[in-house]
Write a new protein. Structure first.
Length: 290
């Protein structure tokens, strides 16, 4: 923990991404408060921390002292004001819906001290769409972790037109301080770096599948065994959430009016059926079977 002026972190959203982001900070020595409006999700996040840290010790990946300190560093609360009132940095990790994010950032702007940096973990939404609801646009930026946040090293930091260079650099340095490999985007672009590339791959994979050219299993095999990716696009969509793919597609379509951004028919079908991937037990693949 070596970033001047950064001691307390608030993570808003205790879902799959949020609670792992919170643990990344806690393991690195920061005091972290993780908050969510859903009590059940918050309890699952706390149970995850109570299970994950001892498992790392048992596997020899972490010392007992580090695990004990990390658990002491993190707390969980449904009270947003309690979680954010002393934060030096807030990382938002809620649903990929712009109106929800704007509402939250307006609340955070009122709760947090003037020096607090407000970062969004959004994988697609640029922070310039959120910053205007605050009185501190220069302290709003993107800090995008990848799923699963405890494993994936890359963090995308976006220096938006409203973001001060000092704030962008501080978030970049913070990512390095918790053991991540940050990349700095000098300007905003929809989807940032990785997801723009992934979106192109996913769009083509879904098109091939919808056209009946090949099964999703064979498309995944082709990408893994020919292109060397660790997993195919359909398995990856199951991991990140088919609901996320749907929301992102609809958000982009509503913004541009371009039909090419509409979610694929199979994505719409699975969204309606709530077959959202690993989180629901079924997506393209069935996770209820051993």
């Amino acid at each position: 923990m070596t970033i001047p002026g950064v001691n307390n972190i608030c993570v808003v959203g205790a879902g799959n991404m949020g609670h792992q982001i919170a643990l990344c900070f806690a393991i690195a020595g920061y005091k972290v408060k993780c908050t969510d409006i859903n009590e059940e999700i918050l309890k699952k996040a706390e149970n995850f921390a109570d299970t994950y840290l001892p498992q790392r010790v048992a596997k020899g990946k972490m010392t007992e002292e580090v695990a004990k300190q990390a658990r002491a560093n993190i707390s969980f609360t449904m009270d947003l004001k309690e979680a954010a009132k002393d934060a030096d940095v807030v990382v938002e990790a809620i649903l990929e819906k712009l109106d929800l994010k704007r509402e939250l950032f307006a609340q955070l702007d009122e709760i947090c001290p003037p020096h607090t940096i407000l970062a969004t973990n959004s994988s697609f939404i640029v922070s310039s769409k959120i910053a205007p609801v605050t009185k501190r646009p220069e302290k709003v930026c993107n800090m995008h972790f990848f799923n699963p946040a405890l494993v994936m090293k890359l963090v995308e930091v976006v220096n938006g037109p409203h973001t001060s260079d000092e704030v962008a650099q501080k978030i970049f340095d913070l990512a390095k301080d918790i053991g991540k490999i940050p990349v700095m985007l000098k300007k905003e672009i929809y989807g940032f770096l990785v997801n723009r590339i992934l979106a192109a791959i996913n769009q083509e994979a879904l098109y091939i599948y919808d056209m009946g050219v090949a099964s999703y299993e064979d498309i995944d095999k082709a990408v893994v065994y020919a292109l060397g990716h660790p997993m195919g696009p359909f398995r990856l969509m199951d991991l990140t959430g088919i609901d996320l793919s749907y929301y992102i597609g609809m958000e982009r379509y509503q913004e541009t009016g371009d039909p090419k951004h509409k979610p694929s028919p199979i994505i719409v079908e699975k969204f309606i059926k709530k077959e959202w991937g690993e989180k629901t037990g079924k997506g393209f693949y069935d996770y209820t079977k051993k």
